[in-house]
Design a protein around this ligand. Sequence first.
Ligand SMILES: *Cc1c(COP(=O)(O)O)cnc(C)c1O
Length: 474
Amino acid sequence: MNPEEFRRHGHEVVDWIADYYKDIEKFPVLSRVKPGEVRSKLPPNAPEEGESFEAILRDVEEIILPGITHWQSPNFFGFFPCNASGPAILGELMSAGLGVQGMLWTTSPACTELETHVLDWLVDMLGLPAKFKSDGPGGGVIQDTASSATLCALLAARERATGFQTNELGCDGCLVAYASTEAHSSVEKAVRIAGIGRQKLRLIGTDDNLALRPAALLAQVRKDRKAGLVPAFVCATVGTTSSNALDPVAEIGRIAAGEGMWLHVDAAMSGTAAVCPEFRHIHDGLEFADSYCFNPHKWMFTNFDCDTFYVADRAALIRTLTILPEYLRNKATDSGAVIDYRDWHVQLGRRFRALKLWFVIRHFGVEGLRRRVREHVELAGQFARWVEDSVGFELAVQPPLNLVCFRHKAGDEFNRRLLERLNEGGKLYLSHTIVKGRYTLRLCVGQTNTEARHVEGAWREIEQTAASLEAGAS
Ligand SMILES: *Cc1c(COP(=O)(O)O)cnc(C)c1O
């Protein structure tokens, strides 16, 4: 494909994407294909000779599009959002066009320096502790996901707790990690990968708001110490995935500081809320954290994948992950004057992810981001009031931000059927969880283009579907 052909097809693809966004509300939000249906339409073997771009685009339309669940629909309320926006898509395209691999500063200086700079911006934008900025001993890096950030935090914690000996000798099975029973599954995965062992992960009980109970944490830490184990790592969650619970970071932080444990704070979706000063309380206690992460790819209008990961002491992280074979040696690295992000995560290679984040922040402006986040929280609050004022429905917990956990009073089986019926209907997409042992529906407002009319439509659809199920049952 020469540059002129690229220009022509590139315009076609951008047009296609623009039309997709124009028409997005016409598609059933949840894909309706059956397992194997997409593959059954694909030829068994790769083409021997190249095909026309027209043929490829036609198949996108006919084979791929029906198999898409429309995460970018304003009627997508499931899980946590994985939102995108025009500037982010274009930033992603630009990054693909430049095609740089930024493993070292020297392999593309702008890739590293823009990333450092934008991550410093974000510290100010969210009111994070200044220790996470690059001009002190700390700093930030873009990871693919919160899962990777948590793994890196745990690896650094492991090394700090063992005088950087585990890298040399392997695990001796003495380290213990802590998180609440509501923490994300990525904590368990990290514990398994890092060689801590699943049996050395203590899942601490939660209170009525599903937040970690600090007293229970302290009791467990003391018990483990008495048994000759070494408490090394605790993960606090700001906005749990199931119900958006906010762990008491300050109290957990005081325990971590007293016990010499690494405190990692996982704010995957909810961290974005701190762009608004009135929501910054969610980060109270962050001054105790050794590391922190949130995902601009969840609620900051930046295409997947983009997690920002901050450490208070980058030396510990770098010492944990650095490796310098001869073929990567270069003058800039030897001078010590540059950041080589290859030392800040698991993989060596890295793409230019900062570009899309930079596009997003500049396009919206900080105030523009605040307006959207505020609107999402307000819409979720409005929805919660409708639930509370209704006869049939109730809240499972009070929504702290943009996630509403609610259910019909008719019981688990009814809610299960209600969710299935709603999602089959195609007008919206919700997901579910279990809150305090009961089947619960989740409506998360966070898609870039969701407006009041979508949330109003969702509530209408939910009420009507419940009424028709009730009528069918009687
Ligand atoms: C979504 C989520 C994660 C995992 O996100 P990835 O970036 O996909 O790894 C981790 N923690 C919390 C609290 C989440 O909500």
